[in-house]
Design a protein around this ligand. Structure first.
Ligand SMILES: NC(=O)c1ccc[n+]([C@@H]2O[C@H](COP(=O)([O-])OP(=O)(O)OC[C@H]3O[C@@H](n4cnc5c(N)ncnc54)[C@H](O)[C@@H]3O)[C@@H](O)[C@H]2O)c1
Length: 267
């Protein structure tokens, strides 16, 4: 008789995922569920997107949605309380919510700076800090954080200065938090994706078209062709690293930001 061996690498974990109503976050939530985790998903929309709604319908006992704006600290507290009430202490954080915008450096004004840093840095930091506080309070075993950085955090870009700076901050906070949490045996790592075909990239392509005077779709085509592996990634291309870093298989890995980018950045 044939038997199928299913390796549930996140069994008994409770993962909190931000910005997971679509794109990479939704793909990683799907993978975490497949590996046995209970998942609390947060995003800014009042209701789950249709794609997330379908996932909740398929996993009503192991997935729930909490509307949260990560720039509001009171909403982060409410999210963590709701998550704990539903599935117990959070063991795993996929810290993913972010926004993208760009402009020539000399035109990158205060409003864009404030908005990008509010979501990508303040939101990411306080979600992480508050989840870590709860992990320490509950003496969570096998606690792990995966922060979503970017290849943009490795190197500046003339047109993308604020976004690059926010993602460099995520890499730095990942290192500091990993050191702060090492005595508690909680691991903190990051992922630096390259270019991944998500809703965010429709917005990115349109902005590059405007500033580089390109037809729509041309920037996306060019960046995909420039990847050493020869194509733009899909959200599912992030899942292997996201599951691994969250799992106990990565028990001796902390303070790292892993490039998942088809070879674009070398470390
Ligand atoms: N797509 C890429 O090429 C790429 C490359 C490198 C890094 N990343 C990073 O990967 C992560 C996921 O990106 P994606 O491409 O799936 O983008 P996306 O835009 O599809 O997803 C981001 C999610 O964050 C949510 N969000 C935005 N502001 C929020 C707020 N204030 N509170 C709560 N949720 C909020 C959005 O609603 C959205 O669902 C981001 O951190 C992004 O910076 C993406």
């Amino acid at each position: 008789m044939n038997s199928i061996v299913v390796n549930l690498r996140l069994q008994d974990k409770h993962a909190l995922l931000t910005g997971a109503a679509g794109g990479i976050g939704l793909a990683v939530a799907t993978a975490y569920l497949q590996h046995g985790a209970r998942c609390t998903v947060a995003d800014i929309g009042a209701q789950p997107t249709p794609e997330l709604g379908a996932l909740i319908s398929a996993h009503p006992d192991t997935l729930h949605y909490v509307r949260t704006d990560v720039t509001e600290l009171a909403q982060i507290d409410a999210l963590i309380a709701a998550a704990q009430q539903r599935f117990g202490p959070i063991t795993t954080l996929f810290n993913n919510a972010a926004i993208f915008d760009m402009a020539p450096l000399l035109d990158s004004g205060e409003a864009m700076f404030d908005k990008m840093f509010a979501v990508n840095v303040k939101g990411a930091f306080f979600v992480m800090q508050k989840v870590l506080t709860q992990m320490v309070a509950h003496k969570v075993q096998g606690g792990a954080v995966v922060n979503m950085a970017s290849q943009a955090g490795r190197r500046g870009e003339a047109l993308v200065s604020h976004y690059c700076a926010t993602k460099a901050a995520v890499i730095s906070y990942t290192q500091s938090a990993a050191l702060a949490m090492a005595p508690h045996k909680i691991r903190v790592n990051g992922i630096a994706p390259g270019v991944i075909a998500t809703p965010m990239w429709q917005h990115v392509d349109a902005l590059f078209a405007k500033y580089e005077n390109l037809p729509l779709g041309e920037k996306k085509k060019r960046v995909g062709e420039a990847v050493p592996l020869g194509y733009m990634g899909e959200p599912g291309d992030i899942c292997g690293a996201a599951v691994f870093l969250a799992s106990d298989e990565a028990s001796y890995i902390t303070a790292q930001t892993l490039n998942v980018d088809g070879g674009s950045v070398m470390s």
